[in-house]
Design a protein around this ligand. Structure first.
Ligand code: FE
Length: 198
């Protein structure tokens, strides 16, 4: 089998946000689908290593900001390259609060929607949440972002003088001489095999 087949699948990119108690957090996902129209339901699949995962599992509620082609690499760095276990990603970060009381981001997003979980499926590394869409608004007319567009126009190309390893999937750069064999990309969760030396 040619595993590159998997790179031909088209995905959007989204900032998934949740709140548990007084702590809010968000992460980047590419795994959102509408699964039924009546009722209006979506599925999202979230890596269990994400702090946001545990918040959704606990509260059953989340928001999705649908990213547009105007999204900046900084948004991916902010929500994808660091963990909400270490920092408060909403401390000073521009956001609005949806009717479900959970924040969502507007920068680089063309719309947002709110989800309420009706079922979850354990997929090992990930959990798939099926959710009713309970709210949503359009924020701009900009085109929705695809993973392909992100790779071609938004992902930062690594600087030549930087030493380290770059994730071939998402562009995350690990700075250091040797990449630990069990290293997992903090953005896309791919393993060391998908990194190459700069
Ligand atoms: Fe990656």
């Amino acid at each position: 089998m040619n595993n590159n087949v998997m790179f031909k699948i088209s995905y959007g990119l989204y900032i998934l946000t949740a709140e548990d108690g007084d702590k809010a957090n968000g992460c980047v996902i590419n795994t959102l689908q509408q699964v039924t129209t009546v009722p209006n339901r979506i599925s999202i699949t979230v890596n269990k290593e994400n702090f946001t995962h545990d918040m959704i599992a606990a509260t059953g509620k989340f928001n999705i900001s649908i990213l547009s082609e105007r999204a900046c690499f900084d948004t991916f760095k902010h929500f994808g390259f660091q963990s909400g276990r270490d920092i408060d990603k909403f401390d000073g970060y521009p956001h609005e609060t949806a009717t479900n009381g959970i924040p969502y981001i507007m920068d680089g997003a063309n719309s947002f929607l709110s989800g309420e979980v009706i079922s979850l499926t354990d997929l090992g590394t990930h959990t798939m949440f099926i959710a009713d869409v309970t709210d949503g608004e359009i924020l701009s007319d900009d085109n929705s972002l695809t993973y392909d567009y992100y790779h071609k126009h938004i992902k930062e190309t690594p600087q030549q003088n930087k030493k380290g390893w770059v994730c071939k999937i998402c562009g995350y750069v690990y700075e250091g001489d040797e990449l630990p064999p069990d290293f997992v990309c903090p953005l896309c969760k791919h393993g060391a095999a998908d990194f190459e030396r700069l």
